[in-house]
Design a protein around this ligand. Structure first.
Ligand SMILES: [Fe+2]
Length: 210
């Protein structure tokens, strides 16, 4: 007989960008984001201004560690740019690559930036009351393209895990999201991006079987 877990009720505190009733909380400062942005001098200038400050934070409720459990939480990201590039999260692929995720917009506007292991790009705008479904195997990161905090609720299977190195190993994601000069955003190619090898792809997809 399975162990039947207790139900849990949490409140999305939209203005604070927090999940009340969470049992996990982590924060990323600007120092933690070194190396992610194209304009390194602009990043160092930002860092000098905002050393120790939080760039984004995540509060979450984890009921258990099994595939049949669901982690739910809230992410809050500050608005801003490094040079012309909008603030972003580190991004990852799920270590168990075949696990999906949903992101439900609460306040602010942003982009769910997704990239398949083969390098296909999908950019989905997330606004309040919109839900983005991130299917299995898509590398994903959030980008705040607005002028206020980007707050989203999310949920994914508890055993998904996160591989953050996949982005670093290919020289970043394939495109960067930058200011278009007209109050909007545009995607520009990242010249440092390198395709993943057949061996890398095999490692990602083998986890479907595991
Ligand atoms: Fe994820």
């Amino acid at each position: 007989m399975p162990t039947i877990a207790e139900p849990q009720y949490c409140n999305v505190a939209v203005a604070e960008g927090l999940l009340k009733g969470a049992n996990g909380h982590y924060k990323k400062t600007y120092e933690d984001l070194r190396g992610l942005y194209a304009d390194e001098p602009a990043f160092e200038a930002l860092l000098a201004e905002r050393k120790g400050q939080v760039a984004y934070e995540v509060t979450s409720y984890t009921p258990g560690e099994k595939v049949s459990d669901l982690i739910m939480g809230v992410t809050r990201m500050e608005p801003g740019r490094v040079g012309d590039e909008f603030f972003l999260t580190r991004g990852h692929i799920h270590a168990n690559g075949d696990r999906p995720e949903i992101y439900y917009g609460q306040s602010g506007t942003g982009i769910m930036q997704m990239e398949s292991p083969e390098g296909e790009v999908r950019l989905v705008e997330v606004k309040p009351q919109g839900i983005c479904y991130v299917p299995p195997y898509w590398i994903h990161r959030s980008v705040n393209t607005g002028t206020e905090d980007l707050v989203m609720m999310f949920a994914y299977p508890s055993d998904s895990g996160q591989d953050y190195g996949i982005i670093e190993r290919s020289g970043g994601m394939k495109v960067r999201i930058v200011d278009d000069g007209n109050g909007g955003w545009k995607a520009v190619d990242n010249p440092d991006w390198t395709p993943r090898s057949a061996e890398d792809l095999a490692k990602i997809y083998v986890e479907e079987v595991a």
